[in-house]
Design a binder for this molecule. Structure first.
Ligand code: ARG
Length: 455
């Protein structure tokens, strides 16, 4: 019978044992579980809670187990309920009586809390690297292709001409805030809950600060009950991921849209597309679609973590075991998604010619026309009305601004006649929008330099 059932007359039913097991999910933090146990074992020896010989034999045993696991010589026993029990059981199998001393002044409640924090520290660093990689790739892309002209959209209707660099920057800035959110989380994450024990601390003369230091935490979670009961930092990690994914998904959506023949603005590399099982010509943007799809999953993971905790009385409740599947899922998917997107942008080809000609004389220059009149003394609302009439005229005649002769334009307002050529040119429109944060190329370069210096 399992050690956990010593006070019961019977073993747990198979059905409950299966239902309660979390080993499969826990395996992701096996290394963290052993590392935390190692720090704990060393502390027990240092504090004289167990003998120095016992302490080093526990430490050696744990180090060996990790090496054996990595070499494929040992696998946690599947019949154990969770990773904590599996590690302890194996250690005891190897060391006999000494192994049974590891769990002195410790509980699985503080163990699981410390394991997850260690796992998050490691895994969020990987996410951070993927995020920085994508930002770097986007910045590089702006330097090659940033001056490509494209329509800027609102309501997915052409609004005003912009440069591709301007659009890409609008994706990069939120990513820098993703990074800030991630960095700020570290402060709250980097505290050790170990030593809180079940909820009330312990009567053994433990040293939580030593353990925290061994595990490279910046300090301890002060209150023992808080240390085992709260999951707000995990929720925050999932929120950081969910917010980042909802932004990344918008970029993914644009890759899907822009690679459609109707836009034909980007060609994704073959390595990021798939074919169809029936339509031989297909080149589907699956990587982008999957990022968009998986963002839903990460948002769901956050929802799970928020719902899980909201009605639990303090302190630990077994419900909390469900936190890991959602949290691990959120962090791993987010990391993979940013990494995949970095490769996708790195290899994508933007179609330089696609919009260049089409934007010439396009209605998305209409604001420029109104601005131009306003800059020459026509009140803006009046100017707006005049240009609206020009648009209406062109539409009724089945074209865009290009069907206007200088004479015709002059009929709407004499000022339009003189400057028609400039007013039809989207490059000039873009160059004129040189206000701080505007789409003019020098403004784009200024932001790129700012971002490069900051990162
Ligand atoms: N597997 C458990 C979890 O993930 C470990 C903590 C169990 N604690 C307990 N009191 N049953 O939450």
């Amino acid at each position: 019978m399992s050690i956990l059932r010593s006070r019961f007359k019977s073993a747990a039913g198979d059905e409950l044992a299966r239902y309660a097991a979390s080993l499969e999910t826990d395996l992701l933090m096996l290394e963290e579980d052993i590392t935390a146990s190692l720090a704990h074992a060393r502390m027990l020896g240092r504090q004289g809670i167990i003998s120095a010989v016992e302490s080093s034999s526990l430490a050696d045993g744990l180090i060996q187990m990790l090496a054996d696991y990595k070499a494929g010589h040992w696998q946690p026993d599947e019949t154990e309920e969770d990773i904590h029990m599996a590690v302890e059981a194996e250690l005891t199998r190897r060391l006999g009586e000494t192994g049974k001393k590891l769990h002195t002044a410790r509980s699985r409640n503080d163990q699981v809390a410390v394991d997850v924090r260690l796992w998050l520290k490691k895994s969020l660093a990987q996410y951070r690297a993927a995020l920085l990689k994508l930002i770097g790739v986007l910045l590089d892309r702006i330097e090659y292709d940033g001056q490509i002209l494209m329509p800027g959209y609102t309501h997915l209707q052409r609004g005003q001409p912009i440069l591709l660099g301007h659009h890409l920057l609008a994706h990069i800035w939120p990513m820098t805030r993703d990074l800030q959110r991630l960095n700020s989380l570290t402060e709250r994450l980097n505290l050790s809950p170990l030593g809180a024990c079940a909820l009330a601390g312990t009567s053994f003369p433990t040293d939580r600060y030593f353990v925290a230091q061994e595990l490279e935490f910046g300090g301890i979670v002060e209150n023992a009950m808080d240390a085992v009961a709260s999951r707000d930092v995990f929720q925050e990690a999932a929120a950081v991921c969910a917010i980042a994914m909802s932004g990344l998904s918008r970029l993914a959506e644009e890759m899907v849209l822009w690679s459609a023949a109707e836009f034909n603005f980007v060609r994704l590399d073959e390595s990021h597309t798939t074919g169809s099982s029936i339509m031989p010509q297909k080149r589907n943007p699956d990587s982008a679609e999957l990022i968009r799809g998986k963002s839903a999953r990460v948002i769901g993971d956050l929802q799970t973590l928020l719902s899980l905790v909201r009605s639990l009385p303090l302190a630990y409740n077994r419900d909390l075991q469900e936190d890991k599947a959602a949290l691990f899922d959120a962090v791993l998917i987010t990391t993979d998604s940013f990494s995949l997107m970095a490769g996708m942008i790195e290899k994508a080809q933007f179609n330089k010619d696609r919009f260049e000609k089409e934007l010439y004389a396009d209605f998305c220059l209409a604001t420029d026309w109104a601005d131009y009149l306003a800059q020459h003394g026509v009140p803006f609302r009046e100017a707006y009305k005049i240009v609206a009439e020009v648009v209406q005229y062109c539409e009724q005649n089945g074209g865009n601004f290009s069907l206007l002769t200088a004479e015709k334009a002059g009929e709407f307002h004499p000022l339009l006649k003189a400057n028609l050529a400039d007013l039809l040119d989207p490059r000039q429109s873009v160059a004129r929008r040189n206000s701080a944060g505007g789409t003019a190329w020098p403004e784009i370069l200024r932001q790129v330099a700012l971002l490069r210096a900051e990162l």
